[in-house]
Design a binder for this molecule. Structure first.
Ligand SMILES: Nc1ncnc2c1ncn2[C@@H]1O[C@H](COP(=O)(O)OP(=O)(O)OP(=O)(O)O)[C@@H](O)[C@H]1O
Length: 258
């Protein structure tokens, strides 16, 4: 029996202002389990970033409740969130003047004292994160002198150093060439299996998602589905979201052909 890490119960996601509520998707129910890699797929504007930011508690839930390791979000402090969920957003660039090591060490902030001094144990965790993401050789480089692929690996290492049971990534392979896209998916798969962390990523790389994920989370037209790609309901949903005259899902080879 898999361990449930995250539970969403009848969630509605969206945006609210003093005058109105703009709901993107409602009636969202699902669990995420320890050690699984789940890819969140959907067309532009379907609500992928909104869902990730809601899970990261950067946006309020408009309805329903979320629990992490059976603790309701309403009972968690900002520090508790930082110890339970890390998020890598494409737009969140690190401080330019820091080295790769210093940037990754920032992931230890929830555990360090007010001076931000890291212990030998913190340093070991940072080094482990660098090894898993193949960034050891970049240790003393400045982050503003990295390629997009190197920077993405550093940001994943920083999330790993935060040592949370859940890691969320919003389009971690945008701007990367195909070689580096494949590399990032391989690294994420390796992390989920070797560290038993739960990883949820939004992506437009449908074929890489089909190949690497344990389950797919599909969001479209204010509805969502979660499941294994072998399930017919997931195949039907994939087809209804992405099939067109130019692109077709081929269940036999489990890929989109275009
Ligand atoms: N701050 C905001 N206030 C109000 N509406 C927003 C805000 N940010 C996004 N939206 C709207 O919410 C919807 C979902 O946006 P979201 O960014 O979650 O989609 P997405 O699936 O991540 O898109 P993409 O694949 O293009 O990155 C869109 O209609 C968008 O215009």
């Amino acid at each position: 029996m898999s361990n449930t890490v995250l539970n969403l119960e009848n969630i509605a996601i969206g945006y609210q202002s003093s005058k109105k509520e703009h709901i993107i998707c409602r009636n969202i129910y699902f669990n995420l389990y320890q050690g699984e890699l789940v890819c969140l797929l959907g067309r532009n504007g379907s609500g992928k970033s909104t869902l990730l930011k809601t899970i990261a508690n950067m946006l309020p839930t408009l309805q329903g409740s979320i629990t992490i390791n059976q603790i309701d979000y309403s009972n968690l402090s900002a520090l508790d969130f930082a110890k339970n969920i890390s998020i890598v957003l494409t737009e969140s660039l690190p401080e330019n003047s820091l080295t790769v090591f210093e940037t990754i060490a920032l992931g230890r902030q929830p555990y360090t004292n007010w001076l931000g001094k890291i212990t030998e144990e913190d340093e070991q965790i940072v080094l482990n994160a660098m090894e898993l993401t193949d960034t050891v050789s970049l240790k003393n480089n400045f982050v503003n002198q990295l390629s997009d692929g190197q920077l993405q690996r550093v940001m994943i290492a920083r999330a790993l150093a935060q040592d949370t049971p859940i890691i969320l990534l919003d389009e971690p392979t945008s701007h990367l060439d195909i070689h580096h896209k494949i590399n990032i998916f391989k690294i994420l798969r390796k992390i989920s299996k070797e560290t038993q962390k739960t990883i949820l990523i939004s992506t437009h790389e449908i074929n890489l998602a089909l190949k690497n994920s344990d389950r797919l989370l599909l969001i479209d037209n204010h509805t969502f589905s979660i499941g294994n790609v072998q399930e017919s309901k997931i195949q039907d949903k994939l087809t209804s979201i992405f099939n067109s005259d130019d692109i077709k899902y081929d269940a036999k080879s489990n890929q989109f052909i275009f």
